[in-house]
Every structure is written in structure tokens, then in C-alpha cells.
Design a protein around this ligand. Structure first.
Ligand code: URA
Length: 233
């Protein structure tokens, strides 16, 4: 099998990432630098970044969960409370990518692939997370613009956000609100700071991925296309 396909199937990285590693002379096969396009199999001695390849690598798995409220988005809880990992039936040791508050519902990804984890949570990754926010009171345009331009939180202004009002009356405002960062309780604190407490918060998109068709508490494996998208970040 061609080396990039062979290593991608073992979860080393995307084919493109592997081609790049070959270009950067990071892969040796049977003691010599690998050339792109060569064919390899399990009998070859493959060394990546100076480390011999482990053929027993675990299969990489990727899930999208529609997290219910009152579930923790950690892998384990000392107090025995339910976590997002408990909701997924898999033998692999998976962990959530990023966090949602205990009382926030919606899209969360889980994987055993550390490379994808790093890509998604790295601050340089330009990926918007979109939330459906229900906030108290009627948010006027000037307040909305403040939220979009940035709010001072912990002595640091938040990065520009995108917002689209879906519905508003005197009592509450429902909007789509998209941010690139993932600071602690960021959306809730941003809205609190302009006097509109968040009543309900749900993450509906992460970059191009969306929750369409998943009921609360349901999950599904990511498609090949979605996994490639995460690798492209
Ligand atoms: N912002 C919040 O305030 N809470 C979340 O769970 C996610 C983003």
C-alpha cells in the first residue's frame, strides 16, 4: 500500500500530513529516508521522527454527541457524576475535545486522536463555535455591536464575534452567536457583562460541523469528510 495511505489508516495523520512529513524527511523506511509514493507493508521497519512505528496502534474513533444538560464534559468525575464519555458505547479510550458547561447542551466531539484534539483546541485554529443563545431582556443593536466587537474579560478583550438575532421581545432575545475562543464560561460571562443573563445555551456548530438530526443525548460517528475537515484545520 502507498505509504501515505498505509500510515493514515494507522492513525498517524492525514495523507496530506504524511506527505508533508516525507517532504520534511521525518520518515525512514528500512533505514533510508522515505520517498513519497513508495509502497510499504507490515514487514517494513518504519521510523517516524526517530521513533519506530507501532503497528498495534489503536484505531482512531471520532464521535459527535448532542450533550444533554447536567452531564460533565470531562472523561471522568471523582464524584461519580455522569460524563459525556459515559454516554458513548465504545471500547476505545475517548476524551472530549474542549468543554461545555454542566448546564450547556449541544455539539461536543469525542475522540482518541490526540492530533485532532490539538488541532481543534489550539488557539491559533480559526474555527468558530456557534451557539444558540437565549438571553434575558431585549438586546438592542448597540449592545449587540459591543458583544460582536469584544468584551473585556479577565483583563483581555474577547476576539470579534458574529451574531444574528433570531427572535426578540421585551422579555428575551434568541440569537446565533459565534466565537473563536473557548474561555471559561465565555458566552455566559460576555452576556452577563452587558446585563443580559443567559437563560439557555446550546452549541449548534463547530466550524463546518453541525448537529443536524441528532436529538439530545444522541451521538454518531463522524463521516470521513468531517474527519478530513478537522485535519484540515
Ligand atoms: N460559553 C459558555 O459560557 N459556556 C459553554 O459551555 C460554552 C461557551
Amino acid at each position: 500500500m502507498r505509504i501515505n495511505k498505509f500510515l493514515a489508516e494507522l492513525g498517524v495523520g492525514s495523507r496530506r500530513a504524511i506527505d508533508k512529513m516525507i517532504e520534511e524527511k521525518k520518515i525512514k523506511v528500512n533505514g533510508v529516508l522515505a520517498e513519497s509514493g513508495i509502497k510499504v507493508d507490515k514487514t517494513d521497519n518504519i521510523v517516524i521522527n526517530g521513533r519506530p512505528l507501532n503497528f498495534e496502534r489503536k484505531k482512531k474513533v471520532y464521535f459527535m454527541l448532542n450533550k444533554p444538560k447536567r452531564v460533565l464534559s470531562t472523561a471522568k468525575d471523582e464524584r461519580g457524576r455522569k460524563t459525556v464519555v459515559d454516554l458513548i458505547d465504545t471500547k476505545e479510550r475517548i476524551f472530549p475535545i474542549g468543554r461545555l458547561d454542566y448546564d450547556t447542551e449541544g455539539l461536543i466531539l469525542l475522540t482518541n486522536d490526540g492530533e485532532v484534539f490539538n488541532k481543534v483546541i489550539h488557539p491559533r485554529t480559526e474555527v468558530y463555535k456557534t451557539y444558540l443563545v437565549e438571553a434575558r431582556g431585549n438586546i438592542n443593536m448597540s449592545t449587540l455591536n459591543k458583544l460582536k466587537r469584544g468584551i473585556m474579560l479577565d483583563d483581555k478583550i474577547t476576539l470579534p464575534a458574529k451574531a444574528k438575532i433570531i427572535l426578540a421581545d421585551e422579555k428575551h432575545t434568541v440569537l446565533h452567536f459565534a466565537i473563536k475562543e473557548g474561555r471559561n464560561r465565555q458566552v455566559r460571562r460576555m452576556f452577563e457583562s452587558v446585563g443580559h443573563n443567559v437563560i439557555n445555551l446550546k452549541r449548534i456548530m463547530l466550524g463546518e460541523l453541525n448537529l443536524d438530526g441528532l436529538e439530545i443525548g444522541e451521538y454518531r460517528p463522524l463521516t470521513k469528510k468531517e474527519i478530513n475537515y478537522l485535519y484540515s484545520l
